[in-house]
Design a protein around this ligand. Structure first.
Ligand code: F6R
Length: 270
C-alpha cells in the first residue's frame, strides 16, 4: 500500500505540520517514515536507533510496522529501541506497564533482539532512580543517539511524562531522563486503563526533554478533539515549560507533526 498523503501541509517555526484525513492515514505515514529510517540507517551504518512511545495514539503505527515485517519487507535485526517512559513502581509483567504494552504491540511480533529493546525499568530500587535515569541517557548516547523519536502528546501538552512545570526555559530544555510525579490530568486519563484513578501509579520514569530533543528526527502524533488545545498551545503559544510540546520548537532536529483534522482544528486561526 502506498503511503497516504496529507490533505494539508504547512510549516510553523520550521516544523512541518501534516494534516491527514484520519488517524489511520497519519499512522500509516508515520510507520512508513520509521521503516524508511530503519532501512536507510541499517544500510548506511548497520544499525538504526529508535525512540518509541506508548499510549493509544501509536497502536496503528506498530500494527503497520508488524505488517511490513510479516510481508518480508522490513527487518528489525539491526535496530535498537529506547522507550520514552514507564510508570513507577510497576512490574514489567503488569498488563498496564509500558514494557508489557511494547511486548504486545511490537517487540514480540518482530525480529528485534531482546537486549536491544529498552523501556525504563519500573522495578529499579528507589535509591537508584536518579542514577538509572543518567545511565539510560548514557545508553542512548552510547548507541550514537536516536535516529528518530516517535512522540504522542498528552492532553496537558506533556511529551513522554515531562509534565507542565514552572521551570525557566534553559532548565526545562536541559531536563535529563529522571523520576517524575504524574500530573492530575495524566492520572485522570490513565484511570480507565487501571480501573480507577486510585490504582494509577503516582510516579513514573521519563526520558528527559534534552535526550528527546537530541534525536535527529522527531515525529509527533496527535489525534482527536481532546488534543486540539495541546497542539495549538505547543505550536502557536509561548515556548514554555508550561506546555512541554512547545519545547520542541526552539531550533533543533527536524520535527514533523502528524495530525488528524480534529487535533489540527486550533491551528486554523494562525
Ligand atoms: C507514552 C507517552 C505519553 C503519551 C501521551 C498521549 O509513552 O509518552 O506522552 O504519548 O500521554 O497518550 P495517548 O496516546 O494515550 O493519548
Amino acid at each position: 500500500m502506498p503511503a497516504p498523503k496529507p490533505s494539508r501541509s504547512f510549516s510553523i517555526d520550521g516544523a512541518s505540520v501534516l494534516v491527514f484525513d484520519d488517524k489511520i492515514d497519519a499512522c500509516s505515514a508515520a510507520a512508513d517514515r520509521i521503516a524508511a529510517v530503519i532501512r536507510d540507517r541499517v544500510s548506511a551504518s548497520g544499525k538504526a536507533v529508535l525512540g518509541l512511545a506508548t499510549g493509544s495514539t501509536p497502536v496503528p503505527v506498530y500494527d503497520r510496522l508488524v505488517e511490513e515485517h510479516r510481508a518480508g519487507r522490513l527487518s528489525f535485526a539491526g535496530v535498537s529501541t529506547f522507550n520514552l517512559d514507564e510508570y513507577y513502581p510497576i512490574s514489567p509483567l503488569d498488563p498496564q506497564s509500558y514494557r508489557f504494552y511494547m511486548d504486545r504491540h511490537l517487540f514480540s511480533r518482530v525480529d528485534l533482539a531482546p537486549n536491544r529493546s529498552h523501556v525504563p525499568d519500573g522495578t529499579v530500587p528507589e535509591a537508584a532512580l536518579e542514577a538509572y535515569g543518567r545511565a539510560y541517557d548514557g545508553w542512548i548516547e552510547g548507541e550514537g543517539g536516536l535516529d528518530l523519536q516517535l512522540l504522542g502528546l498528552g492532553r496537558n501538552g506533556h511529551i513522554g511524562f515531562n509534565e507542565p512545570t514552572e521551570l525557566d526555559l534553559d532548565r526545562a530544555l536541559a531536563l535529563p531522563t529522571r523520576p517524575v510525579k504524574l500530573h492530575p490530568t495524566t492520572i485522570a486519563d490513565a484511570a480507565k486503563d487501571f480501573g480507577g484513578e486510585e490504582h494509577v501509579p503516582r510516579r513514573a520514569l521519563t526520558m528527559g526533554i534534552a535526550p528527546i530533543r537530541s534525536a535527529r528526527e522527531i515525529l509527533v502524533l496527535a489525534f482527536g478533539p481532546n488534543k486540539a488545545g495541546a497542539v495549538s498551545g505547543s505550536l502557536l503559544g509561548e515556548v514554555s515549560a508550561r506546555v512541554p510540546g512547545s519545547l520542541l520548537r526552539p531550533a533543533g532536529p527536524r520535527v514533523t507533526w502528524m495530525l488528524d483534522p480534529e487535533a489540527a482544528a486550533g491551528l486554523d486561526r494562525r
